[in-house]
Structure formats: C-alpha cells, structure tokens
Design a protein around this ligand. Structure first.
Ligand SMILES: *[C@@H]1O[C@H](CO)[C@@H](O)[C@H](O)[C@H]1NC(C)=O
Length: 456
C-alpha cells in the first residue's frame, strides 16, 4: 500500500454562489486522509475570499495549495448587478483555457508532480474531457440534492414526455413519468428543464453536465444512503461509482462559526424545547419587501417566539413598530450561527429557502422546515421535504400572507401534524449521524474516495 508521494490531485471549484465551500471542505478531508498526496485547489480570487476562514482553519500538517483561476471578467469590465448569468457566461467562455493554465501552474508549484486525478464541482463538466486526455480519473462533486440531480440526468426524457414549454398548462401534473418522482410536480422542476429558457447558460451547462457525469470515475454526493432509497439505487446504476458522503458538514471538518454576536444561543437557552422558529433565507435570497411585511405580521399574530436572520437593509423595511412590539419575544439579527441555532433544542421549525446546505443542516438537527423556495432546485427540494420525507410544509397555496404564515407556524410548532414531522425528522437525524460515524456508509464512501484519488 506504500504511498509514493507522487500523487497530485487538482481540485477545480465552480467559483460562484456557495459552490466552492463544499469542495474545499472535501479537499480538507481528502488531504487529511492522504497526507503524502499533493492537493492543488483551483478557484477564482473572488470566490477564494469567501473561503478565507476555511483556509485558515485547515489543520496544521495538512497541505493544500490554492491556485488562481481567472473568472474571465475582462479588466475594467463592470459586471451588471444581479445578473448571475452574465458572470457565469464570461467565466465559461474562457474556462477551458484558464483551467488548463491553472493546472500547469499547479504542476510547477508542486515541483513538477504531474496531475494524477482531477476532482471538480459537477458544474465543471469539461473537467471530464480534460481528465480523459490526461488519462487520469475524474471525480465530480454534486453539491445539491439527488432529486434535482436526477431531474437533470433525465432532462432529455422529461422534454420528450412533458415538452419544452410546460408552463402554465402542465404546471400541477405529477412527474409520474419517473415513478419515484410521482409525489413531485412539473412546476417544481428547475428552470431550463421543461420550461423557462432552455437555452440559458445554466440550462446548457446542466445539460452538458448530465451528458458527462456517466463517464466520471466517481460522483460524490452531499447526501446519505437511506435518505432516498429509490435514488440510491438509481444513481448507482447511472454512474460508474456513486458515493454519498453526506451530510458533508458532519463528515468533514468545518471552519468555526463566527462569534454569536447577538446572543442567539443565550436567548434560546431561556426557551422550552421546540417552541421557537428560526427564519433565514441564506446569504443570497431575500423576501420582497411586501412579503417580509406579511411574514412579520404572521409572526406577530402567531405569538410564537422567533429568531429572524436578515440583512440590515431588509430590516429597515419591516412594519413600523414591529421590533418594539415583539421585543423580548423575538430577535431580528443580521447574522446567526445557523448550525448552533438549528442544533439548539428550543428551535422547533426553520423557515427556509430550501437551499441544499440549509436542508442538510436542518435534517441533521432534526428540525422540520417551512418552505419558501425561490429558484433553481429549491422548489423541488421543497416538494421533497413536504411530500416525500414529510418533514416540511409550504405556505398554503404557495403564497406568503399573514394568514398562511400564521397557519404554517401553528401547524408545525403547535399541532399534531408538526409533532409527527418532528418525529420523522428525528429519525432522519439518527440516520445521518450513523452514516457519518466510523463504519457508517458515508464514512466508508469517503474512504473509497480516498482510494480513487490515490489511484487504487
Ligand atoms: C486565497 O485565500 C487565502 C486565505 O484568505 C490566502 O491566504 C491566499 O493567498 C489566497 N490565494 C489565492 C491564490 O488567491
């Protein structure tokens, strides 16, 4: 088994949104397990800034070098605000050349050790072709849920069955052309599969990714065996090697959360178990001002204690007097230590945008969710939470009003339905913890991944 020290793994991030963090945490786990292997993490300077905490908390003795990947933005070009398509379009235009350059730099930086394995975010679909040319394995990391992955893998089939312009006529039809998707609906699919702009940058990227993934040596997934049994089976047929290694935040070391500046935990300590709702839509999404007002009024009417994490600009748009009237009963903060908050016994519900990382964190804490999805895979995730795992609810009719907010909060925190959800969430929590413990499936899969990158 002697490791020769000649292995060199190049890891390529998708340098947008929250994609780089899970790949970096995987890098840290692999580098910890394979100390004699060289690890080169390739990421744009802008995205690298968001990793500074993770980078500085890499355990000593674990060596990961970070290399710059151009984001393709011409010098002096002013990126239009709120246009994620444009920045990704610019990046992809020159990404193949730039990734090659970065790999050359990494080889130089390692003293000439040639790259023996490429690990990339699954969005970097062209890494498969590069790996093939270099005759080395390609490992892809899919950072979202398995249902949305299946939807992308089945895009051609879905377009054939449902068409390419399915809204509004077929919006509420079940996705029963794929049996295990029948609890989900056409309208819940990500944009660009059977409706929306099928030719958008993201739609094309995901389509090419779906073509590329079956040739990957392994596809790593941030989920755990048993969470979606039908999909475990399906994905292991679809891919050469399907490796669920989640919940990743349990399996791999996380940078410490910043200090709890607002005292959320201390405040939660004064509350009875499962009585508080935590509200956060992540670092990118936010409610429209009128919706935020509805949520505020629904919260007030419900009488339920809350922690609401929102940006200062959004706080300014809360109804007049709301903060005064709810003082003592609720906290509005600019930031909350989400893992600790969800992990606190006082928290009984999480109002979320249904981003995959938030869902994994809530599942691991055994906390039921109230879903307000926005874009991409979030609607599908919300459907899975309410109708497959049955640990979540949406807002009645899909609209956020004072009444639907009050109803959803009451159902999850005060009624029998919510108690059942909490019970099921508790079972999933146990499964997640077992999977990541020594001898558990995710832990074993991580070991298998280490063997892949070391060429065994
Ligand atoms: C990436 O970020 C780390 C930590 O902030 C920093 O030390 C490093 O120089 C950066 N690397 C590149 C290539 O930008």
């Amino acid at each position: 088994m002697g490791s020769t020290g000649d292995h060199h793994v190049a890891l390529i991030a998708f340098p947008f949104s929250t994609h780089a963090a899970p790949l970096f945490s995987l890098t840290t786990a692999l580098a910890t397990a394979a100390p004699s292997t060289t690890f080169s993490f390739i990421n744009s300077a802008r995205s690298n800034i968001s990793l500074s905490k993770a980078i500085s908390s890499v355990p000593s003795g674990v060596k990961i070098r970070v290399y710059d990947l151009s984001d393709g933005c011409p010098e002096g070009y002013i990126m239009p605000a709120h246009d994620p398509e444009e920045e990704v379009r610019l990046f992809l235009k020159v990404a193949v050349v730039n990734v090659r350059k970065a790999i050359e730099k990494a080889v130089e930086g390692s003293g000439g050790i040639r790259v023996s394995c490429i690990v990339s975010d699954a969005f970097i679909w062209f890494a498969g072709k590069m790996a093939e040319e270099m005759r080395v394995p390609w490992v892809a990391l899919w950072t979202s849920g398995t249902y949305s992955l299946a939807a992308h893998m089945y895009t051609d089939f879905l377009r054939l069955k449902i068409g390419e312009n399915a809204l509004p006529s077929r919006a509420n039809e079940p996705l029963d052309c794929i049996p295990y998707m029948s609890p989900l609906q056409v309208r819940e699919l990500p944009e660009g599969v059977v409706f929306g702009n099928l030719d958008s940058v993201f739609a094309r990227l995901l389509h090419r990714m779906a073509e590329a993934l079956p040739s990957a040596t392994a596809v790593a997934l941030n989920t755990f065996q048993g969470l979606d049994p039908a999909l475990d089976n399906e994905l292991s047929k679809m891919f050469k090697l399907s490796l669920p290694i989640g919940p990743q935040h349990l399996l791999t070391q996380q940078p410490p959360e910043p200090a709890d500046t607002y005292g959320c935990i201390q405040w939660l300590d004064t509350h009875a178990p499962a009585t508080v709702v935590y509200i956060s839509f992540g670092s990118i999404m936010s409610l429209s001002p009128p919706e935020a007002v509805e949520v505020a009024e629904g919260l007030e009417a419900s009488g339920i204690p809350f922690i609401w994490s929102m940006k200062p600009a959004a706080q300014a748009q809360l109804p007049q007097g709301f903060l005064d009237r709810t003082r003592g009963r609720g906290m509005v903060v600019s930031w909350a230590p989400q893992l600790q908050v969800l992990g606190h016994s006082a928290v009984g519900a999480f109002v979320t945008h249904c981003g995959w990382n938030s869902i994994m964190e809530s599942v691991t804490a055994g906390v039921p969710m109230i879903c307000r999805p926005f874009i991409g895979d979030q609607r599908l995730n919300a459907g899975v939470l309410s109708r497959v795992w049955k640990i979540g609810v949406g807002f009645e009719g899909g609209v956020v009003t004072r009444e639907t907010v009050e109803m959803a909060l009451t159902e999850v925190l005060k009624e029998e339905g919510g108690r059942k959800m909490k019970e099921r969430a508790g079972e999933l929590r146990e499964m997640a913890i077992r999977a990541t413990q020594s001898g558990g499936s995710s832990s074993d899969n991580l070991d298998a991944l280490v063997e892949v990158i070391r060429g065994y």
